[in-house]
Ligand binder design. Sequence first.
Ligand code: SF4
Length: 174
Amino acid sequence: MASVPPSKPCVGISACLLGERVRYDGDHQYQADLIGELKRHFQLQSFCPEMAAGMGVPRPAIHLVEQAGLVRCVQVDQPERDMTDALRHSFEQRFSIFQALDGFVLKARSPSCGLAGTKLTGKLGQYRNGRGLFAAWLQACFPTLPLIDENALQSPLRLADFIRRVESHASGSK
Ligand code: SF4
């Protein structure tokens, strides 16, 4: 009898990196070499936080601002339109889906997906490094879940380390 190959760990990925046209401007951020390498090791499950929150394509651009000491996600051209609660609600509705993952590859610098380097505007208009709303929520809810962005994966050492961490997470959860 032929042996059944072991299943690959399941890793979430920002949908635009997989080539889905879900960016606010209807474009994607597909990177063929990176996706090919990731598929050698993982099953990839795409997710776009902004589409999941019903924001549609195309949609107004959003950015992070600090208000009363809290980070909020608002429309760039209409700051009174605050998407923070709608986004967080859509993450929480999918909690069990993320709980079943062994890692997540995030789009760098996005106000939703950015792990680091997302522009956060302070109350005096100054910029500093922030973290996207979805990336921050994943880190808070699943502190042991391996996370990385596509920029870090350009480093062979960081890629190898991410693969090791995902495999370790997968073996620990079986
Ligand atoms: S919210 Fe995330 S997945 Fe969706 S387009 Fe922006 S970076 Fe890509």
